[in-house]
Design a protein around this ligand. Structure first.
Ligand SMILES: Cc1cc2nc3c(=O)[nH]c(=O)nc-3n(C[C@H](O)[C@H](O)[C@H](O)COP(=O)(O)OP(=O)(O)OC[C@H]3O[C@@H](n4cnc5c(N)ncnc54)[C@H](O)[C@@H]3O)c2cc1C
Length: 478
């Protein structure tokens, strides 16, 4: 074990007989990484177990900065705080209240989406919005203001959140919502952990009749067909997304598979499933046990994978009933799949561009990647609806998320992506980001100044900080 350091010791009152005990919080110096495994940093990692320790750790560590971390599912450097303190939130995993009548769920900020689903699905409820993995914590999801395949109709997580409880820089706990301390509430949604630590959260669920999704799959020969299909039909389905083959070129540039879906009604299920429609299926998983010495992912293996996927899909029926786990979280079936990219890891480049001109921007980005010999190994496209203020990522338009292996020349290519995005008024998602420039960030996020005023109102000394904030020079202002 690396060195253990006591970062705070706080007095906790006893059980009525006025006894008080010192409750120390220790930190261990260790290396953490983002999900892409290309950003790493050493920090003193502490695992607070309760609200007092959270408050104490913030109060007593005035010489270093602090950052909360959930399950490290953000891809780049957003959850890293090199040389400083990381508060790992996995002990904050309790359900506080589950109103089964109204579908309102209150829990601690470190609870994972998987644990929430295991509680709510058998009772006929589902998350209002879910990312493509069930492993993140709900606090991490609020800090990124995550979106799901239903963004075009449901918006992002903040829209469904009633309130959060935030431990701020002076150790105080602030209850904030759309009406109370609303500046802090909105600055925290998408604020990437820089406004405080989310201790508790209360949000609404959506009712479901079954734990299954009625899905429809369409193979499309190029980007314009994919986009036309999504434009024409996505308003008819709560969930829509397209998988994209980024190795395809020429007339097939941007070919892909559009997937629509909705929560299946009981009568849509095959008879054998109708008896217990809310049964929570366990996902069968395999794991990548170690980081292989070389990457398994390159344009050649990607081409083989994509061709096989398209071939297999032609054999499958267009309409399918799938468990919600297979529909929403296919990647979770391979635990630690991020190791397949070998020692250098990978990045995810996710951006949104406005509807107008969006097709041209996406074509230019796909073509630029092909010109560099650096196409995405896995990509998804979808349409966003209305956005939220400040640093929340979604804006109406098209979003593309591309996983790209780290190889020589990658950052020259992402610099070109950035130029294209600035031309088309696009922006990059901070939860995935690892290479945006400070200047690019300021142009893409014009509400940064408003956010900064709120951040500095509650945290004038920048007690909360991250490697991403340093890279983007957030403290230097506009
Ligand atoms: C396979 C995969 C698919 C994904 N699909 C989507 C998707 O469809 N849509 C989408 O929006 N995102 C998606 N993501 C990104 C992921 O959902 C978000 O990055 C999520 O927020 C990560 O949660 P986490 O608990 O792992 O947080 P971390 O990665 O540990 O931290 C992320 C940020 O949240 C902050 N944070 C964490 N916990 C707290 C807390 N308690 N209080 C305050 N701040 C906190 C951290 O400081 C950091 O800035 C995907 C990620 C993966 C790996």
């Amino acid at each position: 074990m690396n060195h253990l350091e006591e970062i705070s010791a706080i007095k906790v009152s006893g059980n009525g007989n006025h006894r008080s005990v010192m409750k120390p919080l220790y930190a261990e110096n260790k290396e953490l990484e983002g999900w892409g495994r290309s950003n790493r940093a050493n920090s003193d990692v502490a695992h607070p177990t309760d609200q007092h320790q959270l408050q104490g750790s913030i109060h007593h560590t005035y010489d270093r900065t602090i950052l909360a971390r959930g399950e490290g599912r953000s891809y780049g450097d957003a959850s890293l705080n090199g040389g400083n303190i990381t508060l790992q939130m996995e002990k904050f995993d309790y359900v506080i209240e589950f109103d089964r009548e109204r579908g309102i769920f209150t829990c601690e900020g470190g609870m994972t989406l998987k644990a929430i689903l295991e509680t709510v699905v058998p009772a006929g409820w589902f998350l209002p919005v879910t990312p493509g993995t069930q492993y993140p914590t709900i606090g991490g999801c609020f800090a990124c203001d995550v979106h799901g395949k239903n963004h075009h109709v449901a918006g992002s997580l903040v829209k469904h959140t009633h309130w959060i409880e935030l431990v701020v820089a002076n150790g105080e706990i602030i209850h904030c919502s759309h009406d109370e301390f609303s500046d802090l509430f909105y600055a925290t949604a998408g604020g990437m952990g820089l406004t405080g630590v989310i201790n508790k959260i209360c949000f609404e669920l959506q009712p479901i009749e079954s734990a299954y999704i009625a899905a429809e799959y369409f193979l499309c020969k190029n980007l314009s067909v994919v986009m036309r299909l999504l434009e024409a039909y996505d308003h008819k389905y709560p969930y829509s997304v397209a998988w994209m083959d980024c190795v395809a070129s020429g007339d097939n540039l941007g070919r892909g598979q559009v997937i629509f879906g909705e929560h299946a009604k009981k009568e849509q299920l095959p008879e054998n499933l109708q008896e217990n429609p809310l049964h929570l299926n366990q996902q069968r998983t395999i794991a990548v046990p170690f980081v292989p010495p070389i990457s398994f992912v390159n344009p050649f293996t990607t081409m083989i994978f994509n061709q096989t996927k398209i071939f297999m899909d032609r054999m499958n029926p267009r309409k399918r009933i799938e468990s919600h786990i297979n529909y929403f979280y296919p990647l979770d079936s391979v635990r630690r799949w991020n190791r397949l990219y070998g020692p250098p890891g990978f990045i995810q480049y996710q951006f949104v561009v406005p509807n107008e001109g969006g097709g041209n921007a996406i074509t230019e980005i796909l073509q630029t990647a092909l010109n560099h010999g650096h196409p995405s190994s896995l990509a998804v496209l979808k349409r966003f609806g209305e956005g939220q203020p400040l640093l929340s990522f979604p804006r109406p338009g098209w979003i593309l998320a591309m996983d790209i292996p780290v190889r020589a020349g990658l950052f020259r290519m992402t610099a070109e992506f950035e130029k294209i995005l600035l031309e088309y008024d696009g922006r990059v998602y901070l939860a995935k980001d690892s290479c945006l420039s400070p200047e690019g960030f300021r142009q893409m996020y014009p509400e940064f100044e408003g956010w900064l005023n709120i951040k500095e109102k509650y945290d004038p000394e920048w007690r909360f900080n991250s490697d991403q904030a340093n890279r983007l020079k957030l403290r230097e202002g506009i």
